[in-house]
Write a protein that binds this ligand. Structure first.
Ligand code: ZN
Length: 295
């Protein structure tokens, strides 16, 4: 791999496709956004922007690295690799994000889920740098978890669906039915941003001392104890829209300690952290996905 290797990176999201030209060391040469509309319109606009931005700088990306919303086929041996497989977003079922962009730009693509991508970006350049076992949990409309154990991303035959595990109810939260369309009161049904909003309204408007945050921390701390007890990993990074409430981290860390009850020599404050890469985690993760495949 050349030292000036350039990757065309995409963070394919429901609202916009964030795009970037990324150097091998994580340097973002250029970034821009394309609004997510129809697959054809969005992918065409992405491809022409990549051509324009690369040519303007005399750069030649060697591969595409994509972090995608799901459900998406992430198995490189599958005939539908890089294609959206579910109907979560209207019009996008069967959208060949990877194959279409790859054909338009005439370079190979490498694709992973948005949480897996955020995790490997944090492991290379962020708050899990140098560690071999870490998790990235996103708490937004849904809850998703990416997991890397002993240096390997858990992705074959597929990625974890940890958002749908069962958790014990908080004593003050016995009657809420939960918002998961499939399970009602699974973790996502009780603790996603959507579930939070259904009980207490817009998170940005809920005061820091409102009991809602203790209930939320109780569920997310259970998620962390479950991940930790199963894997004994070194770091759990929690991101996503709901964690814009920064005071929530301390509550989760404290609840984690209470739930663990000194059973093992681990402290919530050492284990559980915010992401470092912020809004660029997705494109950087896409770039790492491609770089790993190239090396
Ligand atoms: Zn569920």
């Amino acid at each position: 791999m050349e030292s000036d290797t350039i990757i065309a990176a995409v963070d394919a999201g429901g609202t916009s496709f964030k795009c970037a030209l990324v150097r091998r060391d994580g340097d973002l040469v250029a970034t821009w956004r394309i609004p997510t509309t129809t697959p054809e319109e969005t992918l065409t606009a992405c491809a022409s922007a990549f051509r324009r931005e690369s040519e303007a700088r005399g750069l030649h990306p060697v591969a595409l690295g994509i972090a995608s919303f799901g459900p998406v086929d992430i198995d490189p041996t599958s005939t539908s690799y890089g294609t959206i497989t579910g109907t979560a977003k209207p019009g996008w079922h069967g959208a060949p994000i990877g194959p279409a962009l790859s054909e338009a730009l005439q370079i190979p693509f490498h694709l992973d889920t948005d949480v897996n991508a955020a995790l490997i970006a944090e492991m290379r350049w962020g708050n899990a740098q140098g560690l071999k076992s870490a998790a990235y949990m996103t708490v937004g409309t849904g809850i998703g978890v990416g997991l890397s154990l002993d240096g390997s991303l858990v992705r074959h035959p597929s990625h974890p669906e940890f958002g749908h595990i069962r958790v014990a109810r908080h004593l003050t939260d016995q009657d809420f039915p939960g918002t998961c369309a499939l399970h009602g009161d699974c973790l996502e049904g009780l603790a996603s941003a959507q579930a939070f909003e259904a009980r207490w309204g817009d998170p940005a408007q809920v005061p820091n001392d409102h009991p809602a945050w203790d209930v939320e921390a109780y569920y997310l701390a259970q998620a962390c104890t479950n991940i930790y007890l199963l894997t004994r990993l070194e770091r759990i990074i929690i991101g996503g829209g709901l964690l814009q409430a920064k005071h929530l981290y301390a509550k989760i860390q404290k609840q984690f300690d209470l739930l663990m009850g000194d059973y093992l020599p681990v402290k919530g404050a050492d284990l559980i952290t915010a992401p470092k890469l912020g809004e660029h985690a997705g494109v950087l993760g896409g770039a790492v996905t491609a770089l790993k495949a190239l090396s």
